[in-house]
Design a protein around this ligand. Sequence first.
Ligand code: IVH
Length: 710
Amino acid sequence: MKQETVLLLACMKNLPDVQIMQTETIHWLKRTSESTPITFSELDVLRQVLRFHEMRYYVQHDPLISDAEYDQLFNLLLQTETVHPEWITSDSPSQRVGPGLVKDFPKVHHLVPMLSLQNSYSVDDLRDWDKRVRSLSASEDIEYCIEPKFDGASISLIYKDDLLERGATRGDGSVGDDITANIKRIKTLPLQAAFSKHQIEQIEIRGEVLMSKTVFERYNQSLTEAGLAPLANPRNAAAGTLRIKDAAEVSRRNLEAFVYHVSYVQATPGTESDNLLHTHSGNVQLLWDLGFRSPVKELKVVHGIEDVIQHVQDFEQHRDALPYEIDGMVIKVNNLQMQDQLGMTSHHPRWAIAYKFKARQATSKLLDVTYQVGRTGAVTPVAKIQPVQVGGVTVSSISIHNADYIKEKDLKLGDTILIERSGDVIPQVVKSFAELRTGDEKEIVFPTHCPECGDALYRPEEEAVWRCVNINCNAQVVERIIHFVGKDTMDIRHLGESNIRKFYELGLLHDIPGIYTLDYEAIRQMEGMGEKSVAKLQEAIEESKTRPLYRFIYALGIRYVGETTAKTLAQQIRHIDDLAGMDEAQLMAFEDIGVKVAGSIVQFFRNQDNMQMIRRLEALGIRLEQEERLPVSGELSGKTFLFTGTLSSMKRSEAEALVEAQGGKLLGSVSNKLNYLIIGEDAGSKLEKAKKIPSILIITENDFLKMLPS
Ligand code: IVH
C-alpha cells in the first residue's frame, strides 16, 4: 500500500490517520513474527508506520508503542532492506538517526554523529551478533566489555585545552541543542580535566545524564505537594531538567552523569596521543582518572559471548539495587582497532549492541476509580486497573493523584492506559490511548463529598487537591495515627497499620495520645494477640517516649513539615513550646522555611485541639524537649555556623553533622550571633544579609573544609 493509498483509505473511511496507523501497527507487529516475505510496495507502508511512531516519540513526546515494539518494526525494515538493498530509499528511517530537536537553544553540530545502538532482547540475538562480529573481524577470540545501559538523556561534551567547552543534547544525531550552561551544573562532570597531560588537545565524549531514584522520588514528592503532576520516570525528569532555562534550578535538581564513550580525539600537534587509547576499557579508565564518573566499577571485560550472556543475566538480578535506572546492558568490542574495522551502519555501530532488560511499561485497562482520604484530608483518586505485570510486580491499582492530573492525562473509565514502574519507584500512568476508544468510555466524576465522613469537599484556591476539612473524619484520624507511629517518626514497631485500624474499629484507640493509654488487657483477649506480642507492643510504645525532638515534630503531621524541615526546626528550639510560640517571621528566618511552611506551622499550634493533644502527650511522659547533649569539644567549639547555597563536595546535612561533631553550633538565620557563613553555589539573600554585618566571616566550602581536622 502506497502512502497515497493509506491517506485515501483514511478519507474514505472517514477515520483520523492515527487510527489507520494504529491498525497498520498491529498488522506490522504481527508480521514481525511471520515469515511471509514483504513486497516492495508493502515496505513503503512499514516506513510510514515507523515515521509516524518517530514523530509521536520525538516530536510529540507521546509514544503510542513501547520501545521494544518500535525496535521490532525497525528490525523488520532492516532485515528487508538487507535482503533487498535496491529497495532502500534515501528517506528510509534506516538512513537517519531520528528527529528530536527543541526550539529555544542554539543548534550545534556534533563532531561525530551520535548514533543509536542496535537493540537485542534475547540471548539468541546476542549469539547472532557475536557470530557476525567474529566473521567480520575474522577473529575467534573477541574481548567484550559489558557495562550498564544508563536510562537517562544522552549528551555530548567537548573539552578543548582541558576546559569544558560545550555540552549538547543528542538532537537528531547530527545536530543537537547547545545546553552548556545547564551541563556545567552537573557535579559529576569536571569543568576542567587534564587531557593535555595525555597530549589531547580536543576531545569529544559521550555520556548519559541521570536523575537518581531517590532524587526523583523526592522531586516527584515536591511536585505532588505543590499540586503538580508527578513525572512517570527519572529519564523524563533528567531530559526535562536539561532543557530548563534557569541554570540555578538545574543545580537544585541534582542531576548526575556517567561518561562512557570517546567519539573523537585530536592530539596536540607533533604528538601521538591516540597511541594511548587502544581499548574501550582503557578509555573508561582514563576518563575516570581525569575526574569523570565513568563506569569503571560497573564495567566487566570478558572473552566470548557465553561469558557475556552469563554476566548480563546476573546483572539483571541486581538492577533494582542500583541507585539509578538502567534499561539494559551495552556490550562493546574492547579493541578500538577492531571497532574501526567493524565500522557502523547509518544507524548504529557494528561493534556494540544493547541487551535490553524486561520492559517496565505495560498496557492495561482503567476499570474503576476509588477515593482515599489522607491524614491532611486530601482526597486521592486511585485507579483500579486490570492486573498487569510490570517489571516483575503485579500492579492492580495506581494513584492518579488529583482532578487536574485526570484532566491532563485525559483519563476515562474503560480507557486503555500505558503504565510504567521505574525500579522501586511507585507505578505511574504514562498516558491513555485516546485513539483506542470505542465510545463506551465514561468520564471520571470527582466526588463532591468525603467518601469517609460525607462532609462537603473543599478545594483551596491554587491547589489541585480536594480536601475533607473535618478534622474528626475517621479516615484522617486513623491516617494521622499511622503517620505518628511510622518508621521515620516515632518508630513504634508492633503497632502496624492493620493493628491501628483494628484497634480503632474496636474503640480501643481514638486518637494519638490514646496510643499511650491502650487497654492491654482488652488487647490480650483479641485473636492473634498472644502474651508475647502484647509485651513487645507495650515495650515498643514505652520506648518511643524518648525519641529525639525532630521525630516528634515530624510525627505531629503538620502540613508541609517533612523530616528535613522537622530537623531544621528542632535545631533551633529547646522545647516544643518554643516552636508553638513562634510567629511567621521568626520561622521564616530559618533555612529553607518559606511563607507556606511557616503559615502552616503557626496555624497548627493555634489550633486548640492540637495544643491539647500536645499537653496530653506531655502528661503521659512523652519527651517534648531536646535531649541534653553533652557539649562536644572540638576544632569548632564555641563558634557558630550557617550554610547557604549548594555545596559541591557533600550534602548540606553532612556538612552540618561535621560542624556538630567538632563542637560547632548551627544557626538558622543570619544575625550578629553568627561567626561563619559558608557559601555554596547560588548563595542568595543570606549572603546579602551577612555582607552587611562586618563581624560575620563569609567563607567558601573549601575554606570550611580546611577548618576541620584532617
Ligand atoms: S555507547 C556509538 N554506552 O543508549 C555508540 N550508550 O539506545 C555510543 N546509552 O544513544 C553509545 N548507556 O544514549 C553507550 N553504556 C552505554 C550507554 C549508552 C546508555 C544510551 C546512549 C545511546 C542509547 C542508544
